[in-house]
Design a binder for this molecule. Structure first.
Ligand SMILES: [Zn+2]
Length: 455
């Protein structure tokens, strides 16, 4: 069998891997390349393979850097079957139309034809088949696949492939993005032993996160200090999982009287929509979160929290005097409503911007986080005078320790033959590969884009 890395190689985004085995061509993830723009130029290039010849696509999870080019694949002639877990499919149905709008807008600005059309999007969703964790999917006589819980976002998966070749079973595991447990809502990671080849994410392959309790304390102190200064606390947040987890932590801080009661706005139509999808899939939650939901009649209903789905409601946030908390997308400030709040409050020395997620190189979020004194927003120069804070431990990605643990679990039994570190910037991916090689004696590399391996 052969494995080729078409995206997500020494890059966090654009995940796209081709597995050729048992006479089949199977893609794992068809993600969008993201950087300074929501959709980078690279997305407009043709696929390096013939989309018409692809039999199956397996989706690890519904983040855009894993699903964003799926409709383009349909537009390029793909008519096979897409497999995803039930929540992944439900979130795709919300996230892809949002991607269509954002890429159409950016495409016009960049003078491109649209990346994909409404028909492409509907076409690929019609080909998408929802499955449950641990359900064995037989692709043909020699290849089977199974989804396992990756604990990253709702419905996220490790995908295991078993290929029979020359009387041997070869087992391959794609981690997609791996979670950073414990998390308030999700069930724990469902580790898989007896793996030959591990395709391991490496976003934080060179770093360790602080503990969740330390993160909660930091969240508390950022909010309390921000309120004392009487400013606005802006939190750019990813619509899927991070926002829901953050609301859960804020609710807890309020319950425990660890922060003052101030207005909190969830100013993201996408996050509001996805929050509703979450409430449909409580059987994917951990038992404590499912109980909480049953007792409270909703996970994200607490005093002081206002959802502002419409533009008018969003504008009215400006009339509410500070202190106040505004949670809005996009998570890396590559558009979305957060940039309007940033334009208004970044120059205010009393205000705070708090990053709780990964900021990709080149994004506006990364430039603010790297303390550039001035940034450009909507063509305007905006000085950054507010407090800039970051909490990396709320990340939905495992740190180096979590990734090494994943490797230990996967090598149990028959022993890993090779690890491929993907979905990390060059340095993180290589640092993780070196760590695995030195500490565990397992062959590990960070593959290059378009590199193929016979396994
Ligand atoms: Zn992800």
């Amino acid at each position: 069998m052969r494995l080729t890395f078409y995206g997500g190689s020494k890059l966090v985004t654009g995940a796209n891997y081709l597995l050729e085995a048992g006479g089949l061509k199977v893609l794992i993830d068809v993600g969008l390349f993201q950087g300074s723009r929501f959709s980078e130029e690279l997305n407009y290039e043709d696929f390096k393979y013939d989309a018409k010849t692809i039999d199956y696509v397996f989706i690890t999870h519904s983040h855009i850097d894993h699903i964003g080019r799926l409709p383009k694949l349909y537009g390029s002639g793909f008519r096979g079957t897409v497999y995803a877990t039930e929540p992944t499919k439900a979130i795709m149905e919300v996230a892809l139309p949002d991607t269509l709008d954002k890429t159409a807008l950016e495409g016009r600005e960049m003078g491109h034809p649209p990346l994909f059309s409404q028909e492409d999007m509907e076409g690929v969703l019609n080909l998408t088949h929802a499955v449950k964790y641990r359900e064995e999917i037989k692709l043909n006589e020699t290849v089977t696949a199974t989804f396992h819980d990756a604990g990253h976002i709702l419905g996220s998966s490790l995908i295991e492939f078993v290929v029979q070749e020359n009387g041997q079973n070869k087992r391959m595991l794609f981690t997609g993005d791996l979670g950073n447990p414990p998390v308030p809502i999700l069930a724990p990671i469902d580790y898989v032993p007896d793996v030959d080849y591990l395709i391991l994410e490496s976003t934080y392959g060179d770093r360790l996160h602080p503990s969740k309790e330390e993160c909660k304390q930091k969240l508390q102190s950022v909010i309390v200090d921000g309120v004392k200064r009487g400013g606005v606390i802006m939190i750019p947040s990813f619509a899927v999982e991070r926002t829901q987890d953050l609301l859960f932590y804020i609710d807890e801080l309020l319950h425990q009287n660890r922060m003052p009661r101030i207005p909190i706005f969830l100013d993201s139509p996408l996050a509001i929509h996805i929050t509703k999808v979450y409430e449909r899939f409580t059987d994917y939650f951990n038992p404590a979160a499912a109980d909480f939901l049953r007792q409270h009649g909703g996970l994200f209903k607490f005093d002081w929290l206002t959802f502002t789905p419409t533009t008018d409601e969003s504008k009215k946030i400006n009339d509410v005097p500070p202190p106040k908390i505004i949670i809005a997308g996009s998570g890396m400030s590559q558009g979305g409503r957060i940039i309007h709040h940033e334009r208004r409050y970044l120059p205010d020395p009393k205000s705070t911007i708090l990053f709780i997620g990964y900021q990709v190189k080149g994004s506006l979020g990364r430039r603010i986080l790297d303390k550039e004194p001035e940034v450009k927003i909507l063509g305007e120069k905006v000085p950054v005078k507010c407090f800039v804070e970051a909490i990396s431990g709320f990340s939905a990605h495992a740190d180096q320790l979590g990734l090494v643990k994943m490797t230990h679990e996967a090598t149990r039994g028959r022993g890993l033959k090779k690890v491929f570190a993907v979905q990390g910037e060059d340095y993180s991916a290589r640092a993780l590969a070196v760590k695995i090689k030195l500490d565990m004696g397992i062959e590990a590399i960070a593959p290059d884009s378009n590199q193929s391996f016979e396994l």
